[in-house]
Design a protein around this ligand. Structure first.
Ligand code: FE2
Length: 671
């Protein structure tokens, strides 16, 4: 009797509790038949965390081309549920072929999973009826597991999950089941660090006292902030290299509602120069918070509103320092809306700068952090999970970049960006922040999400000491080359793009549910060319890695110290000059308890967690063919060069810019 032997190398994940004592059965299915349902059982304990074991499946004849592996998990006696995290199965066939069957998911009892292996296959390349049917069934299942939900008619749609526990085992990836608990514990833990201060309604007696709350956590940048927050050049620096480099733009003409005169700012410009001349030379910049005009603000102690739709004018001086030179706190000029200048009293100027920072920080959290990275990442995640079967090359490319995103957003919607979440304690409150998101979303354009276009549109190509731009453009180009290589390998011509119905559905779901069909904003509704696919996927990966890191990772550095930028200011903005003192500043800053809860948030949101996957590392092996594996290696080499260059540059800087260092950013949004 002829016997054929299949060697199976089965790898169990290395996270805690990944192993199982349950019975595991496999059935191999090929073009020429299928194997017996075979128990995987070696001497001793099978399926221990982080191990690979070899099993043999024997058949009478070769099964032909191997199509699927059916994996079943059955209870051992009456023991309680014992989930198994299967990473992958590598099969060596009697013909000597070695085929990778990626799994990378939890299996519950009684669950049956059919794995597809081998090289990535697009929908029009599947020929075997069994595989065509398998592919269709997989997508039907995916669409029932991941559904769109409209939470707000004017914002991107989201996933329908309300709790972490609602998430299907399949999407939990490697996340340990206790993550939610750990996360909640961290919030309370962080608040407890500031023992005795949580909930305190006391006012700070001086800004030095605020330093005392940080006895247990400091970073070199956060320390620098506490020492230099009042200085104008450090203030300007932050609009380029802190956590919101997204607002500033070149100003070649003053907005008509910002009547800064040449006389007003002459003393702050280079001797003999004028505002007009400096504007012509491209040395004048502007932050305009007009989007915040008229937003509903939260009443505080019966007073309102305290939201500042201000304007701040900046000047690049001959020493290449960006300095604020004029601030108007509301959009409409009037007697009660004076233009503040660096020559005003120290506290008047400081207050004006604080109100601009408050507006900037609220815009940062709601628009540039939550909406433009977290919420868009969720759109990309849901569309990827619904539209692509796991054998699709773009699923393999994209899925590492959506890891944990549904989890973190589900949690954030409960505790951070929620009616009772921490951001609701900002000056705008939850309703104001949501309205701000809607306004910004209605104006969102595709090009603003593509860094090279964004920098050009804002006229920031040559402003000196702009590390976000310098590092960001290099990173964009590296991601772009990587995506180009992968996409061109699988789509040699535009016709493959046009006939890939799964790819077309992916972009159509993103267009409809993510960008709400805003065609005028430049978002593609379908793909006609390989080039369009490359650009869009570059934007997706850049958004969930670099852009998120740029707006997220410095939150503790720059915003744990409330005077440097607070989500809440308790007093209305000043309407006249010469009335303020240090007392006004302290009355305006959040009280002790509020300061502590914002500091705790900035801590949690920029903390580094244990199971970080840095950009470009792919611990889950999903590609079986050598070309993409080689492309990944080149990607990693380029990222590591950039990382070295950034580290070298930073060693020369007083305040380093680390947020776009590839070694320090994650492969997806996980926090
Ligand atoms: Fe984040």
């Amino acid at each position: 009797m002829i016997m054929a032997e299949y060697k199976l190398e089965v790898t169990t994940g290395n996270m805690t509790n990944a192993g199982t004592l349950d019975y595991i059965h496999v059935t191999l299915i090929g073009t020429e038949g299928k194997s017996e349902r075979t128990e995987l059982d070696n001497f001793g304990v099978d399926f221990k965390s982080g191990t690979t074991a070899i099993y043999t499946v024997k058949t009478r004849l070769s099964l032909g081309k191997l199509l699927l592996i059916k994996v079943e998990k059955d209870a051992l006696f009456f023991l309680p549920e014992d989930e198994w995290y299967c990473s992958k199965i590598v099969v060596t066939t009697p013909e000597g072929d070695v085929i990778l069957f990626p799994c990378y998911r939890w299996l519950s009892r009684g669950e049956l999973v059919e794995l597809r292996g081998g090289r990535a296959i697009k929908v029009f390349e599947d020929e075997h009826p069994l595989l065509i049917e398998h592919r269709e069934k997989e997508l039907i299942l995916k669409k029932s597991l991941y559904k769109w939900e409209i939470i707000d008619e004017m914002l991107p749609h989201m996933s329908h999950f309300k709790q972490m526990s609602d998430l299907p085992a399949e999407v939990c990836f490697s996340m340990s089941k206790s993550m939610e608990m750990i996360y909640t514990k961290r919030i309370t833990g962080a608040e407890l660090m500031f023992k005795g201060l949580v909930g305190s309604t006391e006012q700070w007696e001086n800004t030095e006292d605020i330093k005392k709350i940080f006895w247990s956590k400091r970073t070199p940048v956060s320390e620098f902030v506490t020492e230099h927050w009042k200085e104008d050049d450090f203030y300007g620096f932050q609009f380029l290299n802190s956590i919101n480099p997204n607002v500033i733009k070149r100003c070649s003409e003053l907005p008509p509602n910002f009547p800064v005169t040449g006389e007003m700012v002459k003393p702050f410009l280079k001797k003999g120069s004028s505002l007009q001349k400096e504007m012509e030379k491209g040395n004048i910049f502007l932050c305009d918070f007009k989007r915040m005009d008229g937003l509903p603000a939260k009443a505080y102690d019966g007073e309102s509103p305290r939201v500042t739709a201000g304007l701040c004018l900046f000047y690049i001086n001959p020493e290449n320092k960006l300095l604020p030179i004029a601030i108007q706190l509301h959009q409409t000029p009037s007697e009660e809306n004076p233009i503040f200048l660096p020559s005003d009293s120290e506290t008047d100027w400081l207050l004006a700068k604080m109100f601009i920072k408050n507006a900037d920080f609220m815009l940062h959290q709601s628009v540039y952090h939550f909406m433009n990275t977290h919420y868009l990442a969720e759109v990309f995640t849901v569309a990827t999970l619904r539209s692509f079967p796991v054998i699709h090359p773009l699923y393999k490319l994209l899925v590492p970049h959506v890891r944990y995103t549904l989890q973190i957003n589900t949690m954030a919607r409960k505790s951070i960006f929620a009616p009772a979440g921490i951001l609701s304690r900002s000056s705008l409150g939850y309703d104001g922040m949501t309205e701000l998101m809607r306004r910004a979303f209605s104006e969102l354009t595709y090009s603003s999400l593509c860094l090279p276009d964004n920098i050009t549109a804002r006229g920031l190509e040559s402003i000196p000491n702009f590390y976000y731009r310098d590092d960001g453009l290099k990173l964009w180009n590296i991601i772009n080359s990587f995506v180009k290589a992968v996409v061109e390998y699988y789509y040699p011509s535009d016709s493959e793009v046009c006939k890939d119905t799964e790819l077309q559905e992916w972009i159509s779901e993103i267009f409809t549910h993510g960008f709400l069909g805003h065609k005028a904003s430049g978002f593609p509704a379908c793909f006609n060319t390989v080039e369009e696919v490359i650009k869009f996927i570059t934007m997706v990966i850049f958004t969930v890695t670099g852009q998120h890191a740029a707006v997220n990772n410095g939150q503790f550095d720059y915003h744990s110290w409330a005077p440097n930028g607070s989500l809440l200011l308790r007093k209305p903005p000043p309407t006249t000059k010469g009335q303020s003192s240090m007392k006004t500043i302290l009355e305006t800053l959040p009280n002790v308890g509020q300061t502590v809860s914002f500091a705790a948030m900035s801590w949690i949101l920029s903390d580094v967690y244990t199971d970080v996957v840095p950009l470009g590392t792919y611990p889950e092996e999903r590609f079986d063919e050598s070309a993409p594996k080689q492309i990944i290696k080149e990607f990693q080499a380029e990222l590591s060069c950039l990382s070295e260059a950034i580290t070298e540059r930073n060693s020369q800087l007083e305040v380093p810019y680390t947020y776009l260092n590839p070694a320090q950013m994650e492969n997806s949004i996980t926090i």
